[in-house]
Write a protein that binds this ligand. Structure first.
Ligand SMILES: Cc1cc2nc3c(=O)[nH]c(=O)nc-3n(C[C@H](O)[C@H](O)[C@H](O)COP(=O)(O)OP(=O)(O)OC[C@H]3O[C@@H](n4cnc5c(N)ncnc54)[C@H](O)[C@@H]3O)c2cc1C
Ligand code: FES
Length: 270
């Protein structure tokens, strides 16, 4: 059951001029959240913005005994809510509803896991990587951004024992490419018999390209889609995604309840 709390801001770490990590004291949500789930956050007290906005649960903050005390969100400033989240101060309160949505399905150590992140699409992969590594799954993070200064938490993933492949559009770190370029090469080089699960989150164009590449090599792929969401609870239909059904048919699902994690080969991308 999702829980709605007036969560206190306990920390706000600015990573750049646009990105920040906000810690919200919402232990009951943090305790129940599974990798890939999200929260709906109301950033200001007034009517602008009127609606809550969805954010992936980025990290679970724990006390010395391991009990969850807070969750964090990784936010990229693009409009009114994310501006308020960037400017938030410890002691502020934000309504926070969650955990919501269908999480990633986590593979066993018999399979490798590759996480493919574009920009702020990194957000669901911190908790996923912790869970996978905790099970002993070998993990690789393929992480692309516009420039080196927009690649965050690399040491966090390294410390977990996750292999890293990074790309930037301006070549300031890693290969100068979009992240699907190394993904395609790595898939081509991998024995088809070696089990592998792909997980992807990022801009829709990147997800579509990842889905096509995964299908070309016959690999299962779970994508976390980021549609505009009005309620996060299945009531407003602002978040629908077209999915395949039958031989040539399609139907729409509400990505806030059927997703945000969906099977890449079932989504109609065009
Ligand atoms: C399940 C889910 C998880 C998400 N997780 C994160 C996260 O961890 N970190 C993060 O920074 N963002 C995340 N987002 C996106 C985030 O919800 C939007 O950035 C946020 O709603 C913007 O709010 P705003 O008021 O600042 O800007 P708005 O005024 O709402 O939006 C500014 C502009 O961006 C467009 N826009 C808004 N949301 C989206 C979207 N989802 N896709 C494409 N365009 C959009 C609007 O149409 C508008 O043009 C997630 C979205 C979903 C659905
Ligand atoms: S966000 Fe309202 S139905 Fe999905």
């Amino acid at each position: 059951m999702p829980i709605d709390v007036a969560a206190e801001v306990v920390a706000n770490r600015r990573l750049s001029d646009d990105y920040n990590v906000l810690a919200l004291a919402a232990p009951a949500i943090a305790r129940d959240a599974a990798p890939g789930q999200f929260v709906m956050v109301k950033a200001g007290a007034g009517f602008d913005p009127m609606l809550r906005r969805p954010f992936s649960v980025f990290e679970i903050v724990r006390d010395a005994g391991g009990a969850p005390t807070a969750l964090t969100i990784l936010s990229k400033r693009i409009g009114p809510s994310t501006r308020l989240i960037y400017d938030a101060r410890p002691g502020d309160r934000m309504a926070c509803l969650g955990p919501l949505g269908r999480p990633f399905s986590v593979v066993d150590p018999g399979s490798e896991a590759w996480m493919i992140a574009g920009g702020v699409g990194l957000a669901p992969f911190a908790t996923l990587a912790e869970t996978l590594r905790g099970r002993g799954v070998r993990c690789t993070l393929l992480y692309g951004a516009r420039r080196a200064a927009e690649l965050f938490y690399l040491d966090f993933f390294r410390a977990l024992g996750v292999d890293l492949v990074v790309t930037t559009e301006d070549g300031s770190l890693g290969e100068r490419a979009r992240i699907v370029a190394p993904l395609e090469r790595m898939l081509a080089a991998r024995a088809p018999s070696a089990p592998l699960m792909l997980y992807a989150c990022g801009p829709e164009g990147m997800l579509a390209a990842t889905a096509r590449t995964a299908m070309k090599y016959g690999r299962p792929c779970q994508v976390s889609v980021e549609r505009v969401m009005g309620c996060g609870l299945g009531g407003c239909y602002s978040c629908v995604v077209p999915m395949r059904s039958g031989a040539a048919g399609f139907h729409h699902v509400r990505s806030c309840i059927a997703g945000p994690v969906l099977a890449a080969d079932q989504v109609i991308w065009d």
